[in-house]
Unconditional design. Structure first.
Length: 259
């Protein structure tokens, strides 16, 4: 049974329910257009490992080894979207396709499983400033590059490990690092933490930062006394129920002589 994957160049909506409609619209607008540069890179990467049957890499005896269901495979790529058909769900080929797509910041839509594989996002972090750099000239170039005010640029330069820009694909992040280096800033590329990790970190920080109102001693004593009484009552109830269940079990399992 064939397995269909859609490979998309532009970022897809964050809501998975909207991704299918987005891909269908993109396929309609990309019809009869030549493949984009990134899709051609992707094509070269996957066919270098798994050649297309149209390339003549397989003999008649080994034709079944070609994993691609539609050939020529290049005809499956138009504009900013490619619709690739695997002959069957080959886990090895599927994993390789996902890795190559992620390396090129492409999104893969698994139409059978209803999954969306989004590429990882990265951020550029300022690590240090180069020596003997004219700070004024640097700021004059940073402001239009980062689309920020001069005050914001000054604050960024004075903040240790400041995030210059986030939510970038790896190619764009590397280009920004090279540009920042020319301006006198040493930067590094880090993988962007997931949204869930960011929310968890923000919740922990807010919890730690939130001051706790002091509890009056009388109220604290009353609460502790109530808690002890409640715990004692619960323990007594548990012991009573355990004894009752044991007696019932003994009656139910007692051997009786046949009449």
């Amino acid at each position: 049974m064939s397995y269909i994957l859609k490979v998309v160049v532009p970022p897809v909506p964050s809501d998975n329910l909207s991704v299918r409609g987005f891909a269908n619209t993109l396929a309609h607008t990309s019809m009869d257009l030549p493949p984009s540069a990134r899709l051609l890179q992707f094509y070269d990467a996957i066919t270098a490992r798994y050649p297309c049957a149209s390339s003549g890499a397989y003999s008649r005896a080994s034709a079944a080894a070609c994993p691609w269901g539609d050939t020529p495979l290049l005809d499956c790529l138009t504009g900013d979207i490619g619709v690739i058909t695997l002959s069957y769900k080959n886990i090895e080929v599927l994993s390789f396709v996902l890795r190559r797509a992620g390396a090129l910041s492409l999104t893969v839509i698994d139409t059978q499983a209803g999954l969306v594989y989004r590429p990882a996002r990265f951020r550029v972090v300022l690590t240090s400033l180069q020596k003997n750099v004219n700070t004024g000239a640097m700021l004059d170039k940073l402001v239009p590059l980062l689309k920020c005010t001069r005050e914001q640029a000054v604050a960024m330069l004075g903040t240790p490990n400041a995030v210059v820009r986030g939510r970038l694909d790896h190619v764009t992040a590397q280009r920004l690092v090279a540009t920042m280096h020319l301006l006198g800033c040493n930067c590094s590329v880090e993988k962007e933490p997931s949204r869930s990790a960011q929310k968890a970190a923000a919740n922990v920080t807010a919890t730690q930062a939130a001051p706790r109102a002091p509890v009056p001693r009388a109220r604290a004593a009353a609460r502790s006394g109530f808690a002890l009484a409640y715990k004692s009552a619960v323990n007594r109830a548990v012991h009573f129920m355990q004894g009752l269940l044991e007696r019932l079990w003994e009656r139910m399992t007692a051997t009786r002589p046949y009449s």
